[in-house]
Write a protein that binds this ligand. Structure first.
Ligand code: FES
Length: 105
């Protein structure tokens, strides 16, 4: 795993989510009630952009068909067989760092 800067703290207003592309993958970085969290940015339903969704009571809501995902666990509230990966987050000097899996060179 590797701590990687994906955002700055100032980009994440309370109860908002942003989309970040890194290494060819999309991530959804959110501020859920003041807690920063990171998850995969592609909705497992039909590929909607979770990073362009909304945050309601700790849930990231996909903008396409409103499926809800727990920003802490990645679990899908609509279909428990679906889910998105979640990643550890820490803030250092205003940078939002996400613990991403190492990619093969
Ligand atoms: S693509 Fe996300 S809910 Fe349908």
């Amino acid at each position: 795993m590797a701590w990687t800067k994906l955002a700055s703290i100032g980009e994440l207003q309370r109860d908002s989510v942003i989309e970040v592309e890194h290494g060819g993958e999309l991530f959804a970085i959110c501020n859920a009630g003041g807690e920063l969290r990171a998850m995969g940015g592609v909705c497992p339903h039909e590929g909607g952009p979770l990073g362009q969704g909304t945050v309601i009571q700790g849930m990231v809501v996909c903008p396409w068909h409103m499926w809800e995902f727990d920003s802490k666990s990645g679990a899908c509230l609509v279909d428990d067989r679906m889910g998105v990966p979640v990643y550890a987050v820490k803030v250092e000097g205003g940078a939002v760092l996400v613990d991403l899996p190492e990619q093969d060179a």
